[in-house]
Design a protein around this ligand. Structure first.
Ligand SMILES: Cc1cc2nc3c(=O)[nH]c(=O)nc-3n(C[C@H](O)[C@H](O)[C@H](O)COP(=O)(O)OP(=O)(O)OC[C@H]3O[C@@H](n4cnc5c(N)ncnc54)[C@H](O)[C@@H]3O)c2cc1C
Length: 389
């Protein structure tokens, strides 16, 4: 068993550290007290990241990606989050509005029209599945796509869709066969966001970044050739690529937890109470000992699961475990860091309250903690799941 990170990843990480220092940290400092970032500034970061080879690093080389696989991707995401990144971290690889492996299902024409411009930062996208009446139970979506000659007419509402206010096209999941639903009755369409009948309202979440939105489809006409993959195969398509999102959250959590640990150690060494640095108090030391122990567990869970997914293993329970454990750990880590910083931890200029807001969202997005526990339990009880040997 060789548990060393390969040389190609080491080189990528060294280049990434340089890129973050030169291009990202000055911008983070400039926009430190802001919540909403001008879209043009984000696009500029994406273009620079594209030139440097980080944007779409997880996509295959034949579509202009870095061909780094999921292990390379999680290493990159973890590294980004180890640094003082608040706003631009996800723009480096694309994040929710950027390239996603689901789009590898594009046919030749769709690749030219949607995927390649996306890879070149000429277009942005969004993933539109969730609806007001269907979140955790995504198979219950009500948005309908009815056939009309060679077109489909889409009607319905999606909400909480990250990237939708700036997207040029959306991956929209709609019911094409109400009898079959998740078993062959949900189809994914590539929909141009300037199509007549579409309206988008910005929804400001806890992160207040203006990136999520509600999309209304009022009899939007979409040509049949805009079906991604096959008719009825939309749900299967979304599930096939689900591990990327889950592992990305695990890697984000690992990077941010390390950052919380470092910040807390630095602060504890210099903050003196009752004549001694608080770092010398066992109460503080044990908080940091627990945090570093859990970080070590998470980090190896992320690497090991990513490595297995790259080898084509299913890992449905394991990716849920990573997402569940990571999102809950990082929440505790930020909370602990605030506790160690005392009142200072609640001041905006320290940045911890922002991380608390950002990391709180991780227990909801990409499936809630309860839904991941449900998935893990199902795998344990119903599938022939066994511990990796
Ligand atoms: C900032 C943000 C960005 C998002 N971006 C996107 C995006 O880009 N694209 C997209 O499609 N979606 C997106 N989402 C939607 C997100 O995936 C959903 O919010 C999430 O899946 C939960 O769905 P819900 O909000 O409807 O909660 P609900 O499903 O209504 O759940 C409410 C509560 O009930 C619990 N619960 C539900 N069912 C069960 C059960 N069977 N057993 C036990 N507990 C249960 C849940 O865990 C939760 O605690 C985003 C959400 C947010 C907040």
């Amino acid at each position: 068993m060789n548990l060393r990170i390969g040389e190609e990843y080491e080189i990528m990480l060294q280049n990434l550290r340089r890129f973050i220092k030169k291009e990202i940290i000055p911008l983070e400092e400039k926009y430190f007290m802001e919540d909403e970032i001008p879209w043009e500034v984000r696009l500029e970061v994406r273009r620079k990241a594209r030139e440097a080879g980080f944007y779409g690093i997880h996509m295959p080389e034949e579509v202009g990606g870095g061909g780094m696989g999921i292990l390379g991707f999680v290493l990159l995401v973890e590294e980004i989050n180890r640094h003082e990144t608040y706003h631009f971290g996800a723009d480096i690889y694309g994040g929710a509005g950027g390239p996603t492996p689901i789009l590898l299902a594009c046919n030749k024409q769709q690749r030219e029209k949607y995927l390649l411009p996306l890879m070149n930062v000429e277009k942005a996208t969004c993933f539109a599945l969730t609806e007001p009446g269907a979140g955790s139970d995504a198979a219950n979506i009500q948005t309908r796509a009815q056939k009309d000659g060679n077109d489909y007419i889409i009607t319905g509402t999606k909400h909480f869709i990250t990237g939708s206010p700036h997207a040029d096209f959306a991956m929209v999941f709609a019911v094409t066969d109400p009898e079959k639903r998740a078993r062959g009755g949900i189809t994914c369409f590539l929909v141009d966001m300037d199509s007549p009948g579409i309206t988008v309202n910005v929804q400001n979440s806890i992160i207040r970044d203006g990136l999520a939105g509600e999309i209304h489809f009022d009899e939007v006409r979409v040509p049949q050739e805009n079906i991604l993959g096959e008719e009825g195969a939309g749900f299967k398509l979304a599930m096939e690529w689900i591990s990327h999102g889950r592992l990305s959250i695990g890697a984000t959590a690992a990077g941010v937890t390390e950052r919380m640990l470092r910040k807390s150690i630095e602060y504890a060494k210099q903050r003196v109470t009752f004549g001694k640095p608080i770092a010398q108090r066992q109460a503080i030391q044990w908080m940091l000992a627990d945090m570093s122990t859990e970080l070590e567990c998470l980090r190896w869970m992320v690497y090991w699961t990513a490595w297995r997914v790259d080898r084509g293993e299913r890992c449905r329970a394991e990716t849920s475990m990573v997402k569940l454990f990571g999102s809950e750990l990082v929440w505790r880590a930020v909370d602990t860091a605030i506790q160690i910083h005392g009142g200072m931890g609640l001041m905006r200029e320290v940045g911890l309250e922002r991380m608390l807001r950002k990391m709180r969202a991780l227990r909801i997005v990409e499936g809630t903690s309860e839904i991941h526990r449900r998935t893990i339990a199902r795998e344990i009880f119903e599938k022939e799941w066994r511990w990796a040997s």
